[in-house]
Design a protein around this ligand. Sequence first.
Ligand SMILES: *[C@@H]1O[C@H](CO)[C@@H](O)[C@H](O)[C@H]1NC(C)=O
Length: 430
Amino acid sequence: MTQIGSPNRKPTVFLLFFAGVLIAFLCLSVIFTYSSSDPIHAHSRSRSTDTCKCAGNDENPPPGFNLGFDPPVLTFYDDPSFGYTFDTPVKNWDKKRRQWLTLHPSFVSGSEERIFLVTGSQSQPCRNPKGDHFLLRFYRNKVDYSRIHGYDIFYNNVLLDPKMVGCWAKLSAVRAAMLAHPEAEWIWWIDEDAAFTDMDFKVPLERYKDRNFVVHGWPREVYEEKNWLGLNAGSFLVRNCQWSLDFLDAWADMGPQSKNHEKWEKILWKTFKHGADDQTALAYLLVKEKEDNLRSKVHIEIEYYLEGYWVVIKDTLKNITDKYAEIEKREKVLRRRHAELVSEAYAKLWEPHLKDAGYGYGSWRRPFVTHFAGCQPCSGKNNPAFSRESCWEAMDKVLNYADNQVLRNYGFTHPDLSNPSVVTPLSFRH
Ligand SMILES: *[C@@H]1O[C@H](CO)[C@@H](O)[C@H](O)[C@H]1NC(C)=O
């Protein structure tokens, strides 16, 4: 190493200076190339006639998002009547989104599949002393999943509409995220108390190509039994399009900020014998409509755990871990060390070995999302059907189970899922 004051110092500084000039020159020419191209014409072929989709284009993918470029052409953002809240309706969103993408060509490639995650919790500290600690770990888990798959994520912790309190807050966050992220095709809401427990699995978007809203549940329970517990609003995907904005408007019309709230409270009580919350309201939207436009655009996902109930999942993790370990022991390539950012390549290599595993309930595939519904980690007011301790225990186990899939890329593992503090170096030679 060059010591300060050593005879080598001057030439080194000189060389560094030259390298700096060269890098600055290269950066400038990249920026210049971007801003001097004609974005509208260069990418006009990517325009789609389909009203609910913004087509991407995978030819010549640009090197990355051009984060420093916003042309001075007026867009919906410049319209004085445009707003992020439910009291400022948006019209022609598909066209507006498409125009924005055309003006920002570096975001076009891959936009058809782009997912943006949204989650959140309250603005105040949790009443439960352990609550914030668990929320941090749940959030870390979501950040891990997002990083591995190249998704962006937004954690909201304020009421964007002060009257849309409690579980209703997610609707205003989702709506604002749709408008703030015209580059994303899907907004994925996920509750703060849900964790990704299969870091490899990706939502099968090709299955939803004609759908605009995806939620986990049992279609028969919802449509025939008219049971509001036949779905769970803790994890849902919504396509970033006008249909979805209208759908959210109809959903939010039942919320506490709405002038129609009292009327809806009565209707929801009559229908479900349960108060008005985000989930009864969502169930009502699906139940009341017959074979209409709305149902045909909604997919109630039953085949994998877009959201899974922790009580059902927690005791299956041991056997699932053993199954995966057994396969890994046989298949050397699955034990190969690799950079975290190429994890999806290894997820693909796993697939042939998991073809008999199944998905969701009764399967030995890793459960995709484990949701601690009823545990209320922040308030601590858990469902009396189970003890608070059983919630904490299961959260530790589930979060460490997920963490092990992440930590292995860093060379470590939690040997004991009930102890979040201890890791040991991982051996890749079995
Ligand atoms: C785990 O596997 C063992 C042995 O096959 C079986 O007896 C047990 O019921 C399984 N446990 C769970 C929770 O599925």
